[in-house]
Design a binder for this molecule. Sequence first.
Ligand code: ATP
Length: 594
Amino acid sequence: MLYSTVAETYEALEMTKKRLELTDILTNLFKRTPKGLIDKVVYLTQGKLYPDFMGIEIGIAEKLATRAISTVSGVSEDDIGKVYQKTGDLGAAAMKVLKQKIQTTLFGGALTVERVFSTLKKTAGVSGSGSIDIKLGYLSNLLTDASPLEAKYIVRTVTGNLRLGIADYTLLDALAVAFVGDKTSRPELERAYNLSSDLGLVAKEVAAGGLKQIITFKVKVGSPIRPMLAERMESAKEIVDKLGGKVAAEYKLDGERLQIHVSTKEVSIFSRRLEKITSHYSDVASLVKEDIKAKNAIIEGEAVAIDVDTGDYLPFQELMHRRRKYGIDEAIKQYPVSLNLFDVLYLDGKDLTALPYTKRRATLQKILQDGDRLKLVPAITTSDPEEIEKFMQEAISNGCEGLVIKDRNSAYRAGAREFLWVKLKREYRSELTDSVDLVVVGGFHGRGRRAGRYGALLLASYDKETDVFRTVCKVGTGFTDEDLMRIFDMLQKYKVQHIHPRVNSKMEADVWFVPNVILEIIGSEITLSPIHTAKMDAIRKGAGLALRFPKFTGKIREDKSPEDATTTEELLEMYQAQLKKIEAEPAQEVIGKE
Ligand code: ATP
């Protein structure tokens, strides 16, 4: 298959923002792709070579890519830099520079997708001394035979900047239309994706065996399952009413969620955003190997930092020390954890995700050898809101955030946030009962003590519908000097020249970022604002939702990816819940006036 087919498709995708058109264009591409290549084409379209959980990046810095463009075009790196400055995109710069060359030379052989993919794969695999030159060689070789348009997308891909802005569900729609015939089978494909976190694999299966193969798709040890998530509600009574009757209430521990895959060969641990983080939790891997009685299993639990002398839970921040790049072994010793299990999704050849909660919990109990460090999350079964409130107080006094209340009949709904798990958290002092997780999209230069760093940050929520980040507040309080330094350092690699195409903002920031870093924020309430763009026009024309008096809680949510940020839809629900609360408890002022 010619790579030009792929590049031309990307160009067409860039011309439209309409989801239906995007789906049509992608469907066409998938229909033209040989079945044996479909997984590769899907990964390439996502801007990668493998599913995210493999953690393999192509790893070519913009500087090196510039050198390759220079080698192939004969244009100096400085001149390419100037074009880049103007276009704000190295891919576009490569296209421009190579277009000039077209008048003097002819391009080599037509590039195939197979060749592009295998060369990029080789590039990703190079490491150690001399690797820069080898990577340069591979890339230059590709670019020599690439047309200007192909070069644009190759350069963007290798530098990790493809960003076609296509949501996973659009890709799933297109796969459904291409290989099953219409979009009605999307839920089945989505289920397979949620169980494997691997769109390439789903594409391969549906291309090979159609809907039949997808319906029988099962979880596999080694492919992480997208986590089931919780909705939120404000009182135990509301939750019991909503779930109907007896519920299971579990401690909501304040740690890091781990999905642990056990096989006879090895134990692998995945984070909430499905990165492989086994090396950060090698102690947990050993615990599981010793105390879980199973040959193969997928279990889920919350790792919580503990005080070894008392066994008490410690705050989440302690745990994040483990996520550092260097000195991991020391961090493991310095910040011991306990693992608190709350689910089992697979056991010795059987996919348990379709079983009800009660059966899964009983199975978990059976395979677990309870110990000091490895235990089941404390839980009660009840239909009495008062009992739940009491259990909640107990959880909070034991250092938890609150409770997760679960429907006892519910299957494990991978990737879903529904009213089957509902979180009940302690009320913060503010009106807003819950914190929100927002993505940093812009920064404002600091003055005085904050000179040289950012004095405030522009934060956004995620609009799932359109796959865009919309602003909610500008935050400058709650940061320690250390936080500011750390956040500043983290943000440097995400700096971009112009507002990022996936960001929607009316406010002008001094610096713009690729949405990536997530901060936990509390606010006093959600208000309407003409400046912020979250849910613009939804409540009132010309007004979006904004967070009033936002404050950083101290938590950088490195365990979340940008798409896991609080959504605009959730903010709208929170806004409406807040209004209901005000209606239910008439404002003090009104009473005073009478
Ligand atoms: P939050 O920001 O409130 O921590 P979240 O957005 O990370 O929540 P939610 O789905 O809203 O994720 O809440 C569920 C999270 O709570 C899980 O991802 C997990 O990390 C944590 N958790 C703690 N205890 C439990 C439990 N007993 N059952 C399920 N999840 C639990």
